[in-house]
Ligand binder design. Structure first.
Ligand SMILES: NC(=O)c1ccc[n+]([C@@H]2O[C@H](COP(=O)([O-])OP(=O)(O)OC[C@H]3O[C@@H](n4cnc5c(N)ncnc54)[C@H](O)[C@@H]3O)[C@@H](O)[C@H]2O)c1
Ligand SMILES: *[C@@H]1O[C@H](CO)[C@@H](O)[C@H](O)[C@H]1NC(C)=O
Ligand SMILES: *[C@@H]1O[C@H](CO)[C@@H](O)[C@H](O)[C@H]1NC(C)=O
Ligand SMILES: *[C@@H]1O[C@H](CO)[C@@H](O)[C@H](O)[C@H]1NC(C)=O
Ligand SMILES: CC(=O)N[C@H]1CO[C@H](CO)[C@@H](O)[C@@H]1O
Length: 348
């Protein structure tokens, strides 16, 4: 009996001995401030899974980052094995299992759209090359820093030996916003609303689609239009509320969404790690090969995906009506434009 106990303890020890190494860039920023705590305490990889957190930010932020490290230490979380803070890519990207790229160049007063894009291409080209050179080939990369879709594409292109499928960008915040809007309208918890879809770019042209969404109304699942009973709202204010939610938060808070963005990042990475629930799909910006839903190839476009065994699959053959089609095309056109400009900066 005693020995069985020893063996059990040994198995627990073994299973705990392999920590997951997770990088968060923009680690001195406001999203990271919520995100790091959630990852450290097990919201993403499980309560018993040891993690090593690697924090990357730019040199002028190293003082702030030191404070973040102190706070993480002061949380006294047993599974947080180590915290590495750095401004060097060769340190930050080494042997990573997961990379969450939050830091990017923010828009400054008077900055041209093109110059902003150019600055971000430079960042994500460099970080993509660092992934290629230093990270594990199985690394999962999530890009959050805006323009998230295009930054993600640039990072993927700059890391040719890592499968493109291992890169994704965050549209889960938009997905959660859509889910919550429907839930509030129906007077049910958000968990009773599933299979909303965000198509396209993480911007105001994104298309929040509820044609395949199901709502659990007092015990039975019904379609979203039947549950809400207000088609005009679903085709009008609902869509614009989700599209413009980011701007509404900035207007109210004088800062962009951070707590909800961190929560969405946790949802996204946890689903990659553990898979999606049977019969449920989530929205993620992923690589388009040009053979799904008429979306052009070589874009990072938000699709409905199911995830199993750490591999996503775009949900196939959902019917698309004319209303949806035009909105899916508009957001794709925007991304094609941005990509074509971005790749011209890649050679520089
Ligand atoms: N995809 C989404 O759903 C979503 C949602 C919210 C915010 N965002 C984006 O996430 C990003 C971060 O937001 P935030 O509120 O935390 O911003 P923030 O300004 O508070 O923090 C950003 C941090 O990134 C750092 N940084 C800049 N360039 C860097 C680089 N090359 N390497 C490493 N670090 C770098 C900055 O020094 C700063 O500490 C922004 O681009 C924002 O637009 C995306
Ligand atoms: C796509 O979305 C991002 C993030 O909101 C935005 O910065 C970018 O400008 C959008 N792309 C285009 C071409 O509008
Ligand atoms: C709907 O919600 C009820 C609780 O209100 C739960 O018992 C039931 O299993 C749910 N049904 C489905 C199909 O998820
Ligand atoms: C899961 O993925 C791994 C790595 O890609 C692969 O080796 C394994 O066969 C897969 N397992 C299943 C059940 O598909
Ligand atoms: C999320 C995802 O698609 N992960 C893939 C990353 O690449 C490895 C191979 O290196 C695949 O096995 C994973 O499925």
């Amino acid at each position: 009996m005693k020995c069985a106990n020893c063996i059990l303890k040994y198995i627990v020890f073994l299973s705990q001995s392999e920590p997951i190494k997770v990088l968060v860039t923009g680690a001195a920023g406001q999203i990271a401030y919520s995100l790091l705590f959630s990852i450290a305490k097990g919201d993403v990889f499980g309560k018993d899974q040891p993690v090593i957190l690697v924090l990357l930010d730019i040199p002028v932020m190293m003082g702030v980052l030191e404070g973040v490290v102190m706070e993480l230490q002061d949380c006294a979380i047993p599974v947080l094995r180590e915290v590495i803070a750095t401004d060097k890519e060769e340190v930050a990207f080494k042997d990573l299992d997961v990379a969450i790229l939050v830091g990017s160049m923010p828009r400054r007063e008077g900055m041209e759209r093109k110059d902003l894009l150019k600055a971000n291409v430079a960042i994500f080209k460099s970080q993509g090359a660092a992934l290629e050179k230093y990270a594990k080939k199985t690394v999962k990369v999530l890009v959050v820093g805006n323009p998230a879709n295009t930054n993600c594409l640039i990072a993927a292109k700059s890391a040719p030996s890592i499968p493109k499928e291992n890169f994704s960008c965050l549209t889960r915040l938009d997905h959660n916003r859509a889910r919550s809007q429907v839930a509030m309208r129906c007077g049910v918890p958000a968990s009773h609303v599933k299979n909303v879809i965000i198509w396209g770019n993480h911007s105001s042209t994104q298309y929040p689609d509820v044609h395949h969404c199901k709502v659990n109304m007092s015990g039975s699942e019904v379609g979203c239009f039947e549950a809400v009973k207000d088609d005009a709202w679903l085709k009008g204010d609902f869509i614009s509320t989700v599209q413009l939610r980011g701007a509404a938060v900035i207007k109210a808070r004088k800062l962009s969404s951070a707590m909800s963005a961190a929560k969405a990042i946790c949802d996204h990475v946890r689903d990659i790690w553990f898979g999606t629930a049977p019969g449920e799909f989530v929205s993620m910006g992923v690589y388009s090969s040009g053979n799904k839903y008429g979306v052009p190839e070589d874009l990072i476009y938000s699709f409905p995906v199911e995830i199993k065994n750490k591999t996503w699959k775009i949900v196939n053959d959902l019917p698309v009506n004319d209303f949806s089609r035009s909105k899916m095309d508009a957001t794709a056109a925007e991304l094609v434009d941005e990509r074509d400009t971005a790749v011209t900066f890649l050679g520089e």
